[in-house]
Write a protein that binds this ligand. Structure first.
Ligand code: ATP
Length: 223
């Protein structure tokens, strides 16, 4: 699903955020990406989503060499990826339903299909009864779940999450991780950047650790 071959990322100004990174995430695999602040976790996810481009090396996503994706085709690339940020980026002047529906409306789905899929996605994250609420009336954990529902509404084969539990207490963090595991159980590939080692060590998934831009360790499935 994702293959990095000797990938480096140097930002304008010269800072090298990723250095010679090699790894492969198989279709249907779930893994965590960890490392100290500034280790390069977000940079790695940004390369996969084509928010940034690699300076050297090769990034393949779903068999496609991202160096060959033209700028005007980036939106199509992103539609195949569900991206979840720590600060969920919800629209606060729209209801929960409308926030989740947005990607479907943009891609031109019929109203009835939108209704059906939004309800299913909200049910999946346990928020069906909050569909008509505005995000400001929800807790941080609930807002994050709305962000997850929105990210997966297009049924992407790959989900990327950047510190999805950053502001949440341990109990809520575990609940969020369980939602990702549920997606993974139905075949979605999942890559989650997180510095919460206590939490991710409890999960039976591979852990990739970055250290100053290098892949320092890659610990496989333990269960
Ligand atoms: N657009 C940019 N321009 C220049 N340098 C950048 C840019 N984005 C990130 N960096 C630098 O690259 C390094 C890696 O940043 P990155 O955000 O990938 O790390 P991270 O592991 O996600 O950190 P954190 O856990 O703090 O979010 C940092 O030193 C950062 O300052």
């Amino acid at each position: 699903m994702i293959r990095f071959t000797d990938v480096s990322k140097r930002y304008p100004g010269g800072y090298e955020a990723l250095k010679g990174v090699d790894f492969h995430l198989a279709p249907g695999e779930m893994a965590f990406l960890t490392g100290h602040s500034g280790a390069g976790k977000s940079s790695l996810l940004k390369l996969i989503a084509l928010i940034e481009r690699a300076s050297s090396g090769q990034v393949l996503v779903g068999g496609q060499n991202l160096a060959r994706v033209k700028s005007r085709h980036i939106p199509f690339h992103r539609r195949r990826i569900g991206i979840i940020f720590q600060d969920h980026r919800l629209l606060f002047d729209r209801t929960v339903f409308d926030n989740v529906a947005l990607p479907l409306i943009i891609s031109g789905h019929a109203r009835r299909e939108v209704e059906r899929r939004v309800r299913a996605a909200l049910d999946k994250v346990g928020l069906l009864d909050r569909a008509r609420s505005f995000p400001v009336t929800l807790s941080g954990g609930e807002q994050q779940r709305v962000g997850i529902a929105r990210a997966v509404i297009n049924r992407p084969p790959l989900v990327l999450a950047d510190e999805p539990t950053g502001n949440l207490d341990p109990e809520l963090s575990r609940e969020i991780m369980e939602i990702f595991r549920d997606f993974n159980r139905v075949g979605v590939s999942v890559l989650i950047a997180s510095h919460d080692l206590d939490l991710i060590r409890q999960m039976p998934h591979r852990i990739l650790r970055l250290d100053h831009g290098r892949l320092a360790s890659d610990i496989g499935v333990t269960v």
